[in-house]
Design a protein around this ligand. Sequence first.
Ligand code: URA
Length: 299
Amino acid sequence: MNDGLNAVYEELKRLRLEGMDRVFINDNTLEQLQPCVNQSTASVASAIDLQTAVNSGRVPSPPAPKAPTSKKSNPIDAPLPEPPIIKIPDGDATQRMQWLKEQIEASPFCQEQLRKNDTLVFGSGSINADIFFCGEAPGEEEADNGIPFQGKAGELLTKILSAMGLTRESVYMTNILKWRPKHNKPYGNRPPTQEEMNYCLPYLKAQIEIVQPKVIIALGNATVPGLLGPAPDRNMSEIQGTWQSFGGTPVIFTFQPSYLLFNDTMKTKRMAWEDMLKAMEKIGLPISEKQQAYFLPKQ
Ligand code: URA
């Protein structure tokens, strides 16, 4: 049994090195892993690491007792309706953004995606921002209070912004998905499916049309197929740090903050920081020598 658990652990480590920050493990696999987890203290330690990875790469919630599962509550299998058609009315940016928010809030399909105490997570920050941060989907903490990038990962993003000379109020932040993806696990977050992201794309495109940012910084693996469409050889490790285009707006794909929390090596931090420097350069923000040198080995 331990061999099996070690194999899974090694595979998770390998995926993480490749830039994968989330895995979704089905009930069947989790049940098969459970006996290994119970075997020894060492196994429990491994299991905690495993749960960390299972918990979508974010700071893990403490393991909770297993809740009864229901296949019906898992929307992965459910067919999705056609994506909404959004035609933004005339008005100033504030009115147009408010209109868009109301469309999402009034959508029965979006409302159906919410758990009992979850809220939709529309977006926050400046509607005149030059930089538009786009994550994958809200997690538990975001769905609790309706604001993107909360908790430890959100704190790290705030620190990154501060290192760039920016604040959360001076950029715009949202996710491709406007709700926390439901799943039938008692804890953790699940990455959005391609269908879910496709459904929400018109909302995201409308947000970009209103903000008209100079650059988009896309955070997390799922944003690659989410924004560029699925392609077998297009993933984060291939295109991280390179300029792509989303509807004519330059977009750079980089690690999401939760990945950086788990991979806090100088090398990974520097890779992510260089992506921020590229975005700053693209929009003409001044970059000091000190900023240039963050996360470089000391001479
Ligand atoms: N928080 C978000 O709002 N989005 C992500 O993609 C990750 C964390």
